[in-house]
Design a protein around this ligand. Structure first.
Ligand code: SF4
Ligand code: SF4
Length: 454
């Protein structure tokens, strides 16, 4: 039941909802808007992740209710849940829920490609409009939220803040599993629940293209599940993905200078180039050798300004380049240089998708093979196991913006759902206790709760 004493936005803010798909943008800020189109992203952008599909199969009624309430708030007449057309079971669940609710929600079926779940790619496919360079879907009359965010929103409307997370564990484990865990659960407990099949593993938090790689065993031991953790991939330490990720920038730049053959595949397959943005990674790669010789900011802008429009999707690096080069990392480096030099890169506010867009999509199964993950392709999680750890460590920065401010002290007893850290002024989000217990440690970074002390 929606708390009638609070506005919709206050309800969302109090519940500490942030983008669950990985970005962690505070949802009360995003939804404080009016738009004609509301799109729920259930496309499961990256390979191997199972979470969005599980949510669609299991919580279709809750998702539909949250979509209708959210769309009403932002004034959206066009309501869409976008997911891959091959997700037959999930589409059937959602359609049945839409029918039960007599809701006017469109199911938008996407082809199986990467990055189908990229917000700007999805907006272009659903609405036919390209988001401006470095702009927001709102610039073309759309708001996009992840399906996990919708489930959290449903819970908030019924009085429950964000304290739990659904995530999949895949890769070198007995079989892929879904987990439901309190926020702050050690990642190692999640991996143990999935029964890893190798001892000497490294992990990716998120998907293989854009996920985070903890640097070493200590970082893995310290990692915890946050509001944005949707997946864990367990792989051997010497896996290709870790070797690629550990290449030093100097080596990457040297390889670009020596081996780029200017085939232009990186540009031709770049999803942002295809929606009409000014981004040509092949030119950045061609000119990187003379970067140090460019002292004039206007020339630097003309030569390297494109890099600012890179969204870090990794298509160029992990799929397109026949020479195994890393335009993504070179772009990332150049972005830092542009910022450091104070160079403002102009934005095209009215990009138009290129004609070839529908013919230049990266098929997911071929990407999976290219990533060295073919043996896990087609394996799915069915069961969901609920974990109840003895202690959790709840970070105060699980979102874009300022960290939450500690609201408790060591020795305080807390119950699940109590505010642990209050949203700071400006862009921030509340953080709640994810279990009953006693605070055994707390500082500006987070709080540790022990259930043993209760
Ligand atoms: S990572 Fe590569 S493919 Fe992706 S947006 Fe950047 S340049 Fe384009
Ligand atoms: S795909 Fe590779 S080799 Fe071809 S232009 Fe881009 S960086 Fe150079």
């Amino acid at each position: 039941m929606w708390c009638i004493t609070l506005s919709f936005i206050d309800t969302v803010k109090d519940a500490g909802i942030v983008g669950a798909g990985g970005a962690g943008f505070p949802t009360h800020v995003k939804l404080n808007a009016k738009a004609e189109c509301f799109i729920v992203n259930a496309a499961e952008c990256e390979p191997l992740i199972e979470t969005d599909k599980y949510l669609c199969r299991t919580f279709a009624d809750q998702i539909v209710e949250a979509v209708m309430v959210t769309a009403a708030h932002i004034g959206a007449s066009h309501k869409v849940i976008a997911l891959k057309g091959k997700y037959k079971e999930e589409i059937a669940s959602l359609k049945a829920a839409i029918s039960r609710a007599n809701a006017d929600i469109e199911i938008f079926e996407m082809p199986t490609f990467y990055p189908a779940g990229d917000e700007q790619t999805m907006v272009q496919m659903v609405t036919g409009r390209s988001v401006p360079e470095r702009g927001l879907p709102l610039d073309v009359g759309a708001v996009v939220d992840n399906v996990g965010t919708m489930l959290n929103l449903y819970e908030a409307l019924h009085g429950a803040p964000v304290t739990e997370k659904y995530l999949s564990v895949v890769g070198e484990v007995k079989e892929p599993i879904m987990l439901k865990v309190p926020i702050g659960t050690p990642v190692t407990e999640c991996i143990a629940a999935a029964q890893p099949t190798i001892r000497d593993y490294a992990i990716i938090l998120g998907g293989p293209m854009m996920g985070k790689i903890p640097a070493d065993d200590k970082a893995i031991a310290e990692a915890v599940v946050t509001k944005t953790t949707g997946n864990i991939i367990v792989l051997p330490k010497d896996h290709y993905l870790f070797q690629r990720a550990s290449l030093p920038l100097d080596t990457i730049k040297r390889q670009a200078r020596a081996a780029c053959i200017q085939c232009k595949m990186c540009t031709d397959l770049c999803p942002r180039y295809m929606i009409g943005h000014q981004i040509r990674p092949n030119l950045v790669m061609r000119n990187i050798w003379r970067e140090d010789q460019i002292t004039d900011n206007q020339e630097y802008l003309a030569t390297f300004g494109d890099a600012m429009n890179c969204c870090d999707c990794g298509v160029c690096e992990m799929f397109a380049c026949p020479m195994g080069l890393s335009p993504r990392k070179v772009n990332s480096y150049i972005k830092g240089q542009l910022r450091a030099k104070g160079i403002q890169v102009p934005r095209n506010m009215e990009p138009v998708a290129r004609e070839a867009i529908d013919n230049r999509r990266v098929p997911t199964h071929r990407l999976i093979a290219r990533l060295g993950l073919a043996e896990f392709d087609g394996l799915h999680a069915h069961e969901c196991i609920e974990l109840k750890p003895e202690t959790v460590y709840v970070p105060f920065r699980q979102h874009i913006g300022k960290p939450a401010v500690p609201a408790k002290a060591v020795g305080d007893r807390v119950t699940k759902g109590e505010v642990l850290g209050a949203a700071a002024e400006g862009l921030s989000a509340n953080i709640h206790a994810s279990m009953n217990g006693v605070i055994v440690a707390i500082d500006e970074n987070g709080a540790r709760i022990s259930g043993k002390e209760v």
